[in-house]
Design a protein. Sequence first.
Length: 464
Amino acid sequence: MATVSKLEKRLLKEESRYCSQGDTVHYLKKPRLFAGCDGSFLYDYRGRPYLDLQMWYSTVNLGYKNRRVIDAVRDQIDRLPQLASQYLHREKIELAAAISRQMQRSFQAKGRVHFNVGGSQAIEDSIKLIRKATGKTLFFAFQGGYHGRTIAASEITSSYRYRRPYGHFSNRAQFIPFPYCFRCHYGRRFGSCKYYCVQQFERLFDTEYNSVLDTKTGECEFAAFYIEPIQGTGGYIVPPADYFRRIKKVLDHYGIYLVDDETQMGFYRTGRFWGLEHFGIKPDCLVFGKALTNGMNPLSGFWAREELVSPAAFPPGSTHSTFSSNPMGTGAGLEVMKLLQEKTLAARVNSSGRKFVAMLKKLQKKYKEIGDVSGLGLAIRLELCEKDGITPNGRLVDRIFQAGLEGNLEYKGKKYGLVLDVGGYYKNVFTLAPSFYISDEEIAMAGRFLDELLARFTRSKSRR
């Protein structure tokens, strides 16, 4: 044990000296080192397990060290581990075909797949695609939306703090309120609001003085609306069922493209292959990443309709990345796509999601501080408040987050840690994205840990 402590001490000292903190988050008061992983768990240098309820921001959907994905990567290493992106290989072609066929099943739409490395890079490529198709540079995006932190992706990501240190952003998006019904931007209540938020969006097109439309010619200045079907970093907010259908009618009327960012919600996180499938509309372009390789290799991309991305419309060299469609990533991605076709997977995600939400609803009856519990599939939100059940309580969320990573929670006589992710407009939401293979016992364990931590930091009486 002493040797382990010396190793951790040395590593943390060297990290503080040699590592830029610009590429990490450092939200923890005491940085945590991990040495291993398996299934739903991370392990520290003492071998202590930490139940992970965020799975690398919804990247490791199929669990850590998924055997089939690891075997596919090892096979790829033995056959073709490296190849410049200007050349073709089997896995790239078959993966693009698999994603395109899935788009046909999901949306009855034909198109092509374009690869890159990270989510931000895929967003950047999609921006190039839309700009080239329209000749326009302006976009709508949502308040609370997150699309990445590269320069152009920051323009359509609503948080000012991601842009503030880097000068003027001339093409910053016009940000539209997301239908966050628990905290309605307009102070309305769903059910009686008659989709007031959609009405306010439509009003932008009433007069040229809203700086959106030339009412004499009908020409709109905006090229596309970038959306997340369920807001990720914004707090896993699920919009009302008819919201996007109503928004899409406005977009179609004025010739504005819809770009669907599925970087966090794609690949069955919401219980359907794409999150947008819940809302009955079709995208013009869809961006994917993260879970495509189950975290085994950076790979992202976009799918777009044929008329936007055909070789005539978007010819060779329109974008370039040295590592785009790299064989290690496409090999892993192809195996992930095969795993996702298993007939029982969607049912498992939805069943586990219902059990997880039911467990949280029980806690909500016990703690006044739990303001909202909701979710689709295994994309679940737990919003914490003051005792009034509405005022955001980011302080409580941070204390629970920090305590979970101390590794002092007990379950059946054994010590564990708990890995959570914090999001939401007021940093008062736990965005929960467990492994698709989370067991009933692990759901019960999660409930036990959350109950213990809530009890530790609140003195709330039962609602009953």
